[in-house]
Design a protein around this ligand. Structure first.
Ligand SMILES: O=C(O)CCC(=O)C(=O)O
Length: 262
């Protein structure tokens, strides 16, 4: 970790734009290890019970393959917690938003070949209970090259500095959706092992995967320790062990659960 440095320029870029790319954070050998673990989750070899959600896309074409979301994989495969990606992301997030940041929860989102389902425009903060401290960061790392065609991330620069956009709930899968379009956004194509981080208030989205290969992403969310406790005290921990259950499992239904107990 000694060689990992986040410059003042990078911190300033994140503050101003609400996202930041870190190239080549994790080396290829480690990515191969992550792929094996990831594939075991996707194949169901590591059972996560209700913390697996398979989401079909809205349109007819996208009904062929489901996007798979695995919530809190590190609970089911503990070594992830102390693994390189999680440690490095914790370090970077503390540099960006403060030393009190801790991992809140992690998830895997796999867009399989031809699973042409978008992740709709949204801001993560739209799903939260009313947090007194809104510092939060989400790290997104692909295990496959992330491209426009397989669903790389798009961000609206500086949207985290503006009032939160109005979100509506899609009847079908419960996801919250806000206005957003590609013309106001930037897309971030990434090599496996490179990472993009975004602020909890940054509007983002991804296209569906129209290619014949997978788009596997590992996502780690961090916020201040005191705010993680604040959530937990109110009965929410982003996992299948919540008191509040969501029958319409979806890509973002863990976030909908937060809304329900507000
Ligand atoms: O992986 C994706 O395509 C979307 C991820 C996302 O929206 C999120 O982590 O909030």
């Amino acid at each position: 970790m000694n060689d990992l440095k986040i410059s003042q320029k990078e911190i300033q870029f994140f503050e101003e734009n609400g996202y930041l790319v870190i190239e080549n954070l994790i080396e290829a050998e480690t990515i191969e290890e992550y792929k094996k673990i990831y594939n075991d989750f996707i194949a169901g070899k590591i059972d996560v019970g209700e913390n697996r959600r398979d989401l079909k896309g809205e349109n007819k074409e996208a009904q062929k393959e489901s996007i798979t979301q695995i919530m809190v994989p590190s609970r089911y495969f503990n070594p992830l917690k102390d693994s390189e990606y999680y440690r490095k992301i914790s370090f970077i997030s503390r540099r960006l938003l403060g030393d009190d940041l801790e991992i809140d929860f992690d998830m895997f989102i796999n867009k399989p070949p031809f699973s042409d389902a978008i992740t709709p425009w949204h801001q993560d903060c739209a799903y939260w209970i009313d947090m007194p401290d809104k510092r939060a960061v989400s790290a997104w790392m692909p295990l496959d090259e992330a491209t426009l065609d397989n669903g790389c991330m798009w961000y609206v620069p500086a949207s985290h500095l503006k009032p939160m956009r109005k979100h509506t709930s899609t009847a079908k899968n419960g996801a919250l959706v806000c206005e957003g379009n590609e013309d106001e956004a930037v897309y971030i194509e990434l090599q496996p092992g490179s990472v993009v981080l975004h602020h909890g208030g940054t509007a983002h989205y991804s296209r569906g995967n129209t290619t014949n290969s997978q788009r596997r992403a590992m996502i780690v969310n961090l916020r201040p320790k005191s705010m993680i406790n604040y959530e937990r005290e109110r009965g929410f921990d982003h996992t299948g062990e919540n008191k509040v259950r969501n029958e319409n499992a979806s890509l973002t239904s863990h976030k909908k659960d937060i809304k329900k107990i507000k």
